[in-house]
Design a protein around this ligand. Structure first.
Ligand SMILES: Cc1cc2nc3c(=O)[nH]c(=O)nc-3n(C[C@H](O)[C@H](O)[C@H](O)COP(=O)(O)O)c2cc1C
Length: 190
């Protein structure tokens, strides 16, 4: 590992700015910063991120990226520069949020950026309302992240998930907050 501080980019996929995944993300961020990383957080619900239109133009060898002119144009360079991505999403209808999925679909356009655009360490933070991770649908989101990041050759460094319903309720779960902090430290050291 070089002596350069690791760059950690957090993609916050919940509409709730003070919700449970946001709290996990802030604990992860604090711990990564304390370990020396540079951390940036993007609230993707507040961004103009349009659905992939499946034009495949981004896959042309001469392509210069995605043709859709929206806020993803600012996100792509940040994704490229980061050493680690953290995806923080609640479960909405038995999977990741629609906002998170919109962002993921648009990552298709990264395929032509540089040699190994997906050579990233990945952290995943998930909150769900049900008391059981299987029944909640969190497992569907986890499987989707595992399959997707395995497909593009990224490394999943850790997955932190817990049950909570009301905004901020996850703050009562000291164990899961500590897990998020450990993941932040790990990403800063990888
Ligand atoms: C539209 C919507 C759909 C939801 N669907 C599920 C679900 O399928 N399974 C579940 O366990 N919880 C579900 N929940 C509950 C959230 O996952 C839970 O409140 C979570 O803690 C929210 O995280 P946040 O505070 O980061 O937004 C849903 C909540 C909303 C608003």
């Amino acid at each position: 590992m070089s002596n350069e501080p690791r760059k950690v980019l957090i993609l916050q996929g919940s509409p709730r700015k003070n919700g449970n995944t946001a709290l996990l993300a802030s604990r992860l961020a604090e711990s990564a910063r304390l370990t020396g990383a540079q951390v940036e957080s993007l609230y993707i619900h507040g961004m103009d991120i349009k659905p992939c239109q499946a034009c495949w133009k981004c896959q042309d060898p001469a392509a210069k990226g995605c043709v859709i002119q929206d806020d993803m144009q600012q996100v792509f360079p940040k994704l490229i520069e980061a050493d680690a991505w953290v995806i923080a999403t609640p479960v909405h209808w038995f999977n990741m949020t629609a906002q998170t999925k919109l962002w993921m679909d648009r990552c298709f356009a990264l395929a032509r950026y540089g040699k190994r655009p997906f050579k990233k360490n990945i952290g995943i933070l998930i909150a769900f309302g049900d008391s059981d991770a299987f029944r909640s649908g969190a497992v569907n989101a986890i499987r989707c992240f595992q399959d997707s990041f395995n497909y593009v050759g990224a490394t999943i460094a850790g997955i932190v998930y817990a049950s909570a319903t009301k905004a901020g309720e996850i703050g009562e779960n000291a164990e899961v907050l500590a897990e998020a902090e450990r993941l932040g430290k790990k990403l800063a050291e990888m």
